[in-house]
Design a protein around this ligand. Structure first.
Ligand code: ZN
Ligand code: ZN
Length: 279
C-alpha cells in the first residue's frame, strides 16, 4: 500500500495583528489521508485558500477547531456547509473545544451556531486526555494552557506511519512534552520569538523545551505573530535545530508535508514565502 498523509499549511500566521494585516495567511492546516480529509483550525481565509490551492472543501470529512479565537475558528461554519454539501447531507465530523461548541464563563460565546452544529454526522467535544477515532486515525486530545482555558491540541496516531501532532496555542508547562513524546512530526504554534515571553503563548525558547522533551523526528514551527514574523521565523527555526538537534523548519504559506515512511517537506509552487503578497 502506498498511502500517505499530505499536510498543507494553508496559513502560517497567528494572533491579532498577523491576522488583521494578513502578513501571513491564517487559513489553518489541511490534512488529507486515504480515509480522511480534515481541516484544522480554519481561521480567516480557510475557504478561499483551500480553493486556491486546489483542495476542494466539499471533500472534507472533518473540521477541527482547537479554541475560541478568530484566527482558529472564523471559517468553520462555511467549511461545515461545504462538508455537508451545502447543508443537504448530514455528513462528516466536527471536533471542537468546549468553548467553541458551548462557550464558557470567560465571555466566549459558542462560535459555531447550534444550527451548524446539527449539520455534521457527528460532533466530538474535544476534552483534554480523551481519545476518539476519525477515519483510520486515532486522536488523543492534548492539554494546552492558553487565554481560552478550553484550548486543546491534538495528537494523531496512525497505524501505518506513527504519530504526528499539533500543539495549538499554548504556553510551556510541566508535562506538555509528555503529550508529544515519540511523535514523528510535531507542529508547534510559536507565536513569539526567543526572549519575548507572553503568558499563554509559545516562544522559541518554549518550543526548544518541548522539542527536547518530545524528541520528534521533525519539528515544524508555525502560527507566527508579528514579532516572530519581523524577527524571521527561519532564523528562529535554525536556533531550535541547533539547540535540540532535531530537524526544524519554519512553515511557509502553502507548504506541504508528506507524512509517510519518511517526513518530507515541499514548498508549494503556489506558495508565497514570507509576506503574503495577495493582499
Ligand atoms: Zn492563535
Ligand atoms: Zn489563541
Amino acid at each position: 500500500m502506498n498511502s500517505q498523509i499530505a499536510i498543507t499549511l494553508l496559513g502560517t500566521g497567528g494572533g491579532r495583528f498577523a491576522t488583521i494585516t494578513q502578513k501571513r495567511r491564517t487559513a489553518g492546516i489541511r490534512i488529507i489521508s486515504e480515509g480522511l480529509n480534515m481541516h484544522l483550525d480554519p481561521g480567516p481565509g480557510a475557504l478561499i485558500y483551500s480553493i486556491r490551492e486546489g483542495l476542494n472543501p466539499q471533500k472534507l470529512s472533518a473540521v477541527f477547531v482547537s479554541h475560541c479565537h478568530p484566527d482558529h475558528y472564523t471559517d468553520a461554519e462555511v467549511l461545515i456547509e461545504a462538508m455537508t454539501k451545502g447543508t443537504t447531507k448530514k455528513r462528516g465530523v466536527l471536533v471542537a473545544s468546549k468553548s467553541v461548541l458551548h462557550g464558557n464563563e470567560l465571555g466566549f460565546d459558542p462560535v459555531i451556531s447550534r444550527y451548524h452544529q446539527q449539520m455534521p454526522e457527528r460532533v466530538v467535544e474535544a476534552l483534554p486526555n480523551t481519545k476518539f477515532q476519525v477515519g483510520n486515525i486515532n486522536v488523543l486530545v492534548t492539554e494546552a494552557r492558553h487565554t481560552d482555558p478550553d484550548t486543546v491540541g491534538f495528537r494523531f496516531e496512525t497505524l501505518e506511519f506513527g504519530d504526528f501532532a499539533y500543539s495549538s496555542d499554548t504556553e510551556y508547562f510541566e508535562g506538555i512534552g509528555k503529550y508529544y513524546e515519540g511523535v514523528r512530526l510535531l507542529v508547534l504554534c510559536v507565536m513569539r520569538p526567543a526572549g519575548k515571553p507572553w503568558k499563554g503563548h509559545m516562544t522559541t525558547n518554549d518550543a526548544i523545551k518541548i522539542i527536547e522533551e518530545a524528541h520528534p523526528e521533525q519539528a515544524v514551527l508555525t502560527h507566527f505573530g508579528m514579532q516572530m514574523i519581523f524577527k524571521g521565523p527561519t532564523r528562529e527555526a535554525k536556533l531550535v535545530e541547533e539547540e535540540t538537534g532535531v530537524p526544524t523548519i519554519a512553515a511557509a504559506d502553502g507548504m506541504q508535508i508528506r507524512f509517510a515512511e519518511t517526513v518530507d517537506v515541499q514548498k508549494s509552487r503556489k506558495a508565497q514565502q514570507g509576506i503574503n503578497k495577495f493582499f
